[in-house]
Design a protein around this ligand. Sequence first.
Ligand code: ADP
Ligand code: MG
Length: 214
Amino acid sequence: MKMDVSAFVGYLEDANRLICENRDYVTRLDAETGDGDHWANMNMGFSKLLSKKESLAAMGLPDLFRECGMTMMSGVGGSAGVLYGSAYLALSKAFAGRDYIDEGGVVLYLETQAEAIMKRGRVEPGNKTMLDPLYQAKLSVEEALKQGVHGAALLEALKAGADQGMRATAGMPAFKGRACYRPDKGVGHLDPGAVTMEYQLRAFADKMLEGEPA
Ligand code: ADP
Ligand code: MG
């Protein structure tokens, strides 16, 4: 199991496709609890990333992460730009000297982003944000590894955790972001940032699954 730079660029294209296909759904979710721009913010970020895909594909992995971080940070409005920007910049440091993400790197990939978002966003798991699917995916992979699960099943555990963390946001009151200003704190609504994070984690795992024996 190995994701190199060219596979990572393929993953970005797959994540972009999922985001594009769900324009109305994500926009509606953010209109319900936020200001309605989350889909547009994410779409802007991915469009900017993919407009540079040839140059990204020619970089080493840490430089690719750094470029993604700078692009998200400077090119995307809203909380999402800063948070994804911080996550990618942290990945660039964590993967210094590495050319690919292998099975052992999956936890590092999830953990590094979760920690960066917690620090930058001052959030914890359970606060109804993009962190929830990411954090749950990390826990789920760690638990699976503890039980001796490897290969395709490990990536299925990643996806199941991301899905569970995303769905759980519906029952959570928001502590951060615009939803916390509502009297109901957004309870009953999925967090839009959690939904787009789940798309990215699903696309990531599916890309890593390519070539894995089932
Ligand atoms: P904005 O809220 O500035 O309009 P977006 O609409 O692009 O930005 O993103 C909203 C999403 O960002 C939320 O659904 C939530 O998942 C996430 N979010 C907002 N604030 C924080 C925070 N402090 N920490 C982590 N995630 C956050
Ligand atoms: Mg918004």
